[in-house]
Design a protein around this ligand. Structure first.
Ligand SMILES: CC(C)(COP(=O)(O)OP(=O)(O)OC[C@H]1O[C@@H](n2cnc3c(N)ncnc32)[C@H](O)[C@@H]1OP(=O)(O)O)[C@@H](O)C(=O)NCCC(=O)NCCS
Length: 277
């Protein structure tokens, strides 16, 4: 559920965020305040992300290329046509055409040839016949930024949320977070409550998106770490700490005023972060 449903938009605020790189089971973290500097321009060629996770940042306020509508499938064009506001339509086209263009580069096919299928809970994935090496992806968007996570042969989920201070974090935590998370949040210094709430939110949602279960997996049935500047991890799933250790979380430094996380079911050696033109 997008957090936009819980109040008005506000100006974004900056805070230090953590990039976590997983090396086997080890997590190394470093703090950055100018996180945008970590995103490289698109390389001329992309290689298959064996053992890696590639993150692509897409600016949704940039106009989509003229031919973007043409590479969408008929059902995507239909969906684009249903948006009431042109801004929303244009952001959807920019996001979906970027996804198609990126996947086309990894798969060596034309962007308009990409075929998606959807799981019972709506998670888009590549059709098997087009995807012999098991490329996986997930998409998230909030305000004017989208993230596209791409990995090889691993279940993957990504979530980004714009940080806003006009939400009742205590009420939302009570509604969506586990008891363990609520206790941990309350124990943090007041100044950390807002970034901790959003860190917790994106960590949880990236896990749900990796499983593809969406809301069919109860949010209180698992707990993530809550400190926004300390290593992200799933602490337990239905009381089982070992089950939590089967999943690997990393926080992403995307832009001032945003919180974001990626979750995969396989250890990965690094994150490569790129800007999508
Ligand atoms: C889709 C869902 C998984 C995430 O929705 P969201 O946060 O509003 O949106 P995001 O921008 O992060 O992700 C949307 C994208 O996820 C992908 N997606 C759709 N269903 C998905 C699913 N079941 N699993 C993973 N990804 C999914 C799609 O690519 C979609 O992009 P599109 O709309 O352009 O097609 C949502 O249905 C959901 O169930 N969210 C969890 C609810 C919640 O209460 N979370 C609280 C966190 S504590």
């Amino acid at each position: 559920m997008a957090i936009q449903q819980f109040g008005r938009a506000r100006a974004t605020c900056g805070y230090n965020v953590v990039v976590a790189i997983l090396v086997g089971p080890t997590i190394m973290t470093s703090s950055y305040s100018r996180n945008q500097d970590l995103w490289s321009h698109s390389p001329s060629q992309v290689d298959f992300p064996t053992g890696q996770v590639d993150l692509w940042k897409v600016g949704l306020d940039q106009p989509a290329a003229a031919e973007s509508d043409d590479i969408l499938s008929p059902d995507e064009r239909l969906r684009a046509g249903l948006f009431h506001f042109e801004k929303d339509r244009s952001q959807f086209v920019r996001c979906r055409s970027s996804l198609r263009n990126l996947l086309a580069r990894y798969l060596g096919v034309q962007a308009d040839e990409i075929l998606f299928e959807y799981t019972a809970n709506g998670k888009p994935q590549l059709v098997a016949k087009q995807n012999p090496r098991g490329l996986q992806f997930n998409v998230s968007h909030s305000a004017s930024v989208a993230l596209i996570a791409i990995g090889g042969n691993k279940r993957i989920g990504v979530d980004i949320e714009r940080i806003r201070d006009d939400v009742d974090t205590t009420a939302l935590a009570k509604r969506f977070f586990s008891q363990r998370e609520r206790v941990a949040l309350e124990a943090l210094p007041k100044g950390l409550h807002l970034p901790a709430f959003f860190a917790c939110w994106t960590r949880k949602e990236s896990f749900l998106k990796a499983t593809g279960d969406g809301l069919s997996f109860a949010l209180s049935d698992f707990s993530v770490t809550t400190h926004p500047d300390l290593h992200p991890a799933i602490e337990e799933i239905r009381g089982d700490a070992e089950a939590g250790r089967q999943w690997f979380l990393a926080d992403l430094s995307v832009a001032d005023g945003y919180s974001a996380s990626v979750c995969v079911d396989t250890p990965f050696s690094g994150l490569r972060t790129y800007l999508q033109d």
